[in-house]
Design a protein around this ligand. Structure first.
Ligand code: ZN
Length: 425
């Protein structure tokens, strides 16, 4: 029997198990005794580890932060890192987000695409190798995290307690292989607010704002609408705050807002007017988004900026430039934090192995991609994202009616099984 046939024979079991995981609303909760992220993420982990154990793998629960399953007792050379926590359901669903709905080849429910589907595929990849008696020379470990959506404190904890295998991929991004991720900076700044002005915009630092409303003078209202989007791809969105600044400062010559409008001209997304505007050959243009602006007499004026910077720059350099520009314009820096860029050599044997497998299983061309967002392996040297979304497919990750197709649930398992053989066989 081939791996593909094995998976086809276990299609119903895979879907049943995904149904069981989706039914747990594993959204981050308050720390509670032995549950660092609340009870629900730990419950999803418990269900997963029970199934792994039942399937004959050696499991470990690292204090409800992370759980692992080892194929055999060999020291693992490869880890597949996926996560069982999910973002809240939000609104707009056409069915219960926590009751898996099977419809026209789609499996709809929160977490199906990000990242419970990949967790199920990883387990069944291992089961296929075990039950088909495919020998492995080197060990492989599945790592299931429970805090990817809220800062990956799970992984940080795990890395303090255990060593990661030398090769790690996460099926929590896209195919073929993501090997480069821009550096990221989040700047929060403030200034005293002048009288009679209230500004309200969304308070999400990593999203391009959709709405910005100001109330001033004797209850006059000024409102701007843009198009929301992820802060790492601002060119696909329209920033309501910069639009507001451009239009509002035409009439109201408040010096502070005028200087902010000069630093962030509407339509500019690379921070050129702040002294940035850098790019590199692999990841392209950097991004710099004024994503938050709120003001009132009591709290003062507060703003936030999301920056994704090129692979050849450093946090110190970029943060120095943006902070100086803001300070020169009269703003105070409240905090400035971030991460360095992440890059794994495209020509490494590990990356080349993954690309070979991708080409063999899908028949499509394998290549490496650079992104502005950060994946689960951003802090892991030599790590890459490998799947689980295919190019030009969109499973409504983090949105309503999130789904994965049955076909891709199985194909992901096949690709993972083949990757394990390629690297550990
Ligand atoms: Zn994810």
């Amino acid at each position: 029997m081939t791996i593909k046939e094995y998976l086809e024979n276990h299609r119903e079991e895979m879907i049943d198990f995904l149904t069981e995981l989706v039914a747990v609303r594993s959204v981050q909760g308050k720390p509670n005794g032995v549950y660092p992220f609340g009870k629900e993420p730990a419950k999803a982990l418990e269900i997963m580890l029970e199934k792994c154990k039942e399937s004959g793998f050696t499991v470990e629960n690292v204090e409800n932060y992370v759980g692992t399953a080892d194929f055999d007792d060999k020291e693992p050379s490869l880890a597949i890192l996926a996560h069982l926590d999910v973002v809240p359901e939000g609104t707009g669903w056409h069915s219960d987000p926590y009751v898996l709905k099977r419809s026209g080849g789609q499996l709809i429910g929160r977490g199906t695409c990000d990242d419970k589907g990949a967790c199920v595929s990883a387990l069944f990849a291992l089961k296929a190798l075990r039950e088909l008696n495919i020998p492995l020379k080197r060990g492989v470990r599945l790592i299931f995290g429970t805090n990817e959506e809220n800062g990956s404190a799970d992984l940080a904890y795990y890395r303090k307690k255990r060593q990661l295998p030398p090769m790690v991929f996460t099926p929590d991004g896209q195919y073929p292989v993501i090997n480069a991720e821009k550096g990221m900076i989040r700047v929060y700044f403030s200034a005293p607010c002048f009288d009679d002005l209230i500004i309200v915009s969304e308070k999400i630092i990593n999203a391009v704002p959709e709405k910005c409303v100001a109330v001033y003078g004797a209850n006059s209202k000024f409102s701007c609408t843009g198009k929301s989007g992820h802060a790492s791809t601002p060119e696909k969105a329209e920033n309501a705050i910069t639009k507001f600044l451009e239009e509002f400062t035409k009439e109201f010559k408040n010096p502070l807002l005028c200087r902010l409008a000069e630093l962030f001209p509407h339509g500019e997304t690379d921070g050129k007017s702040c002294g940035l505007g850098f790019s590199d050959d692999i990841s392209g243009k950097m991004t710099c988004v004024l994503s938050m602006l709120n003001a009132n007499k009591v709290a003062g004026l507060k703003g936030g900026i999301d920056i994704r910077f090129p692979l050849d720059r450093t946090f110190d350099e970029i943060s120095g430039i943006i902070c100086k520009s803001l300070e020169n314009a009269g703003f105070k820096i409240d905090s400035c934090e971030g991460t360095e860029p992440h890059i794994t050599d495209e020509n490494s044997e590990f990356v080349q192995s993954l690309l070979r497998v991708y080409e063999r299983v899908t028949g499509d061309k394998g290549y490496c991609i650079a992104i502005g967002g950060g994946t689960y392996v951003h802090e892991i040297e030599g790590g890459v994202a490998f799947g689980a979304e295919f190019p030009n497919e969109n499973g409504n990750m983090h949105g309503a009616d999130e789904f994965i197709t049955e076909e891709n649930l199985l194909k992901n398992a096949e690709i993972m099984a083949e990757a394990i053989i390629e690297i550990c066989g």
